[in-house]
Design a protein around this ligand. Structure first.
Ligand SMILES: [Zn+2]
Length: 348
């Protein structure tokens, strides 16, 4: 565990060291292109928003630096992303603050998939719970301005997370930091929000975030609804999209967390109310190793759970939405137009 003081010392040391990398400083939007065409950093270089193609805004390439199973993980990520690429996927956002940027870059190179990395924090623990907004901010700014983990790879998204309601003080500090960093660098913010996305949005809004560049994940998990019925949940979520933010759905085929009829209804109803422009579809692919065996998250609790990887979004989730009354015109938005819009919303 890193103490707060060590954390600050490391950040300062990293800042000092990274000042030696002037080529990275050129990575600013061209004044000729204007803010809408601001390039998006990926693990293998910058792309323009119009190059994103079919995209998923919430995925993971679950590599562990120096981990025992790194090679197996690399091979798995490459194989699974290649399968998805054959179906049309072009870009993913890896919203796990990366542990192995070099490995992620290797996967991106091997597959030709654009992988947007993130800065920020997942669920806070240990000494992180004592950090202040300034601490979170300096770490994020370092990653953005100097690169992740000593590489030239810069993050394109800010990740934040809260466990549940009420949002804990350190989590609030994290969200405030993300909003401040966003004001400076205009990166989209991805929130892990099983419960309380409206409460998270409120903190971001008060801290000056551009809500059109914020998206909230895991909002469909029934255990995060704070007792609301599906009708009430739809109204609650409508409040969030009405303010311009985007909702990210990932429970396709993960029916223990959201009943299929509920997931279809939430998406259909929000689209019907005019918010098809504020929804995205993702898989949240991630895995770990148990007793030496690669295990996909939730593979044991779902029928054909092992199939729920990147390709599932296109070969199963999208057809499932069509079969459940969600128009193709809308699903095209969820995987093509809306992910791009998160990066191109006119700057406030
Ligand atoms: Zn995730």
């Amino acid at each position: 565990m890193t103490t707060r003081r060590q954390f600050l010392a490391q950040s300062a040391a990293a800042l000092a060291g990274a000042a030696l990398a002037p080529s990275l400083l050129a990575a600013k939007a061209s004044p000729l292109l204007g803010p809408r065409a601001r390039p998006i950093p990926t693990a293998t270089g910058e792309i323009l928003p119009e190059q994103m193609g079919i995209s998923s805004l919430h995925e993971h390439i679950a590599l562990r630096r120096g981990g025992e199973h790194r090679e197996e993980s690399l091979a798995y990520a490459i194989r699974e992303l290649q399968r998805a690429k054959a179906l049309g996927l072009r870009t993913i956002v890896d919203v796990g603050p990366p542990d192995d940027v070099v490995g992620i870059r290797e996967v991106a190179r091997a597959t030709g998939i654009n992988v947007v990395c993130c800065t920020g924090f997942y669920l806070l623990r240990g000494e992180q719970l004592a950090l202040k907004a300034e601490d979170f901010e300096s770490k994020m700014l370092h990653d953005i301005e100097h690169g992740l983990q000593g590489t030239e790879v810069r993050p394109g998204v800010i990740k934040v997370a809260a466990v549940r309601l009420p949002i804990r003080p350190a989590e609030k500090e994290l969200f405030i930091a993300a909003a401040r960093v966003q004001q400076r660098h205009h990166l989209p913010i991805c929130a892990h929000a099983v419960s309380g996305c409206a409460e998270q949005q409120q903190i971001l809004e008060r801290a000056g975030a551009d809500l059109r560049r914020c998206y909230f994940s895991h909002i469909e998990a029934t255990f995060g609804w704070s007792g609301r019925s599906v009708e009430q949940e739809i109204d609650y979520l409508e409040g969030v999209v009405a303010k311009g933010s985007t909702l990210s759905f990932n429970n396709f085929g993960n029916w223990n967390h959201t009943k299929p009829e509920d997931l279809a209804r939430i998406i259909r109803e929000l689209a019907l109310r005019g918010y098809a422009d504020r929804l995205v579809a993702t898989m949240d692919v991630t895995w770990s190793f148990e007793q030496g065996k690669l295990k996909l998250l939730w593979e044991d609790t779902n029928v054909n759970g092992r199939d729920r990887t990147y390709a599932y979004l296109l070969d199963t989730a999208v057809p499932w939405m069509h079969a459940n009354g969600i128009a193709k015109e809308d699903t095209d938005k969820f995987i093509l137009d809306n992910p791009r819009r998160i990066f191109t919303a006119p700057l406030a």
